[in-house]
Ligand binder design. Structure first.
Ligand code: BMA
Length: 330
């Protein structure tokens, strides 16, 4: 029993106990990667993807780079959140009137249940990288909504409930290329359409060189008794290119623009072959988490090397304690 997470008990999320001798607070699934090269006929690589519990099983929205190189979103379902049935075709988006409303490209989806609707947030093309938003109730009809923020922006992450009557959205303002900068901001909306009251949350850098170039929000934040637990990616610029690692932050429960604690050291950095070798080497990019509120088990889904989908585990009480005791000074 843990009861530190305020949320549902989902006993069948993927889980493995920490391997004997492991000193880390986050550890990898021994079955990684769960998706490899050419996982379905229409995709070369599926990674940076989002999953949620659904009717005793799981559903997901997957970033699939097709064989023409373009990133597209596919729908998938699974009984165990490890073995996925994805596609075979990309999601066919419609507008609010039910007319076709295709994306030109779409990547790095996040997926969250808010009230009785599942919302998908992704990196969309609005004359350059911008945040896209859409919704579905049944994973059959997918409706595109208006873009919440102006370009250029990426890593939009919606909170799983309203806070003081307002929806909250993380974003990371950027440029139209492989952005060499980036901090985390928070916006709010009464209706998921009009967004404002933008606030700075936290920036790159600090003591941790692993997050010295840019940072970006990751999975949907998890509500805990100590605040919002939010995994994010931190990027280091090396002479061989960017390196993407995973960190975490605890934010004030009533005002998530307020940082309480933030990891000084990364929780996971590319080490394994499937993280250090692939289409883009040295990338661990978290986009989803599943949790079981009863045991405090958390499974983090991350894209590895822009090629694979992988899972890492952590336990909420151990993790919160670790973050508090090894926090960034800011
Ligand atoms: C970012 C995004 C991610 C990708 C990462 C590393 O800018 O495009 O989708 O995983 O770069 O290539």
């Amino acid at each position: 029993m843990s009861n530190t997470i305020i949320g549902d008990a989902v006993a069948n999320i993927p889980w493995e106990d920490k391997p004997e001798g492991c000193i880390d607070v986050m550890w990898r699934f021994s079955g990684n990667p769960i998706l490899g090269w050419n996982p379905i006929p229409k995709a070369a690589r599926i990674y940076n993807s989002a999953v949620v519990p659904y009717n005793g099983g799981f559903r997901g929205v997957f970033r699939a780079d097709q064989k023409n190189g373009r990133a597209t979103l596919f729908f998938g379902k699974s009984k165990d959140a490890i073995n996925w049935e994805i596609g075979p075709d990309p999601i066919e988006w419609v507008d609010e009137d039910g007319n076709p409303n295709p994306t030109s490209y779409a990547y790095d989806p996040r997926l969250v249940k808010l009230e009785d609707t599942y919302y998908i947030i992704w990196c969309d093309d609005m004359h350059g990288a911008s945040i896209g938003m859409g919704k579905t109730r049944d994973f059959n009809t997918f409706t595109r909504m208006s873009n919440p923020l102006m370009p250029f922006n990426r890593n939009g992450v919606l909170f799983p409930r309203k806070i003081n009557g307002m929806y909250k959205l993380f974003s990371r303002p950027s440029d139209s290329g492989h952005t060499p900068f980036g901090d985390l901001f928070l916006s709010e909306s009464p209706d998921l359409k009009y967004w404002g009251n933008h606030k700075y949350v936290m920036g790159k850098g600090g003591q941790g060189w692993w997050q010295g170039t840019k940072i970006g929000a990751g999975p949907i934040p998890i509500e805990t008794k100590d605040g919002w637990l939010s995994f994010y990616h931190g990027v280091s610029g090396t002479c061989n290119g960017f390196v993407y690692s995973i960190g975490a932050v605890i934010l004030d429960i009533d005002d998530p623009a307020k940082v309480l604690y933030r990891t000084r050291d990364y929780l996971l950095t590319p080490e394994k072959d499937y993280e250090t070798r692939g289409f883009v080497p040295n990338v661990a990019f978290p986009c989803a988490n599943l949790y079981d509120a009863e045991t405090g088990r958390i499974a983090v889904y991350y894209g590895a090397a822009d090629t694979y989908t992988a899972i890492a585990f952590t336990q909420v009480d151990e993790l919160l304690e670790y973050i508090k005791n090894n926090s960034e000074v800011f």
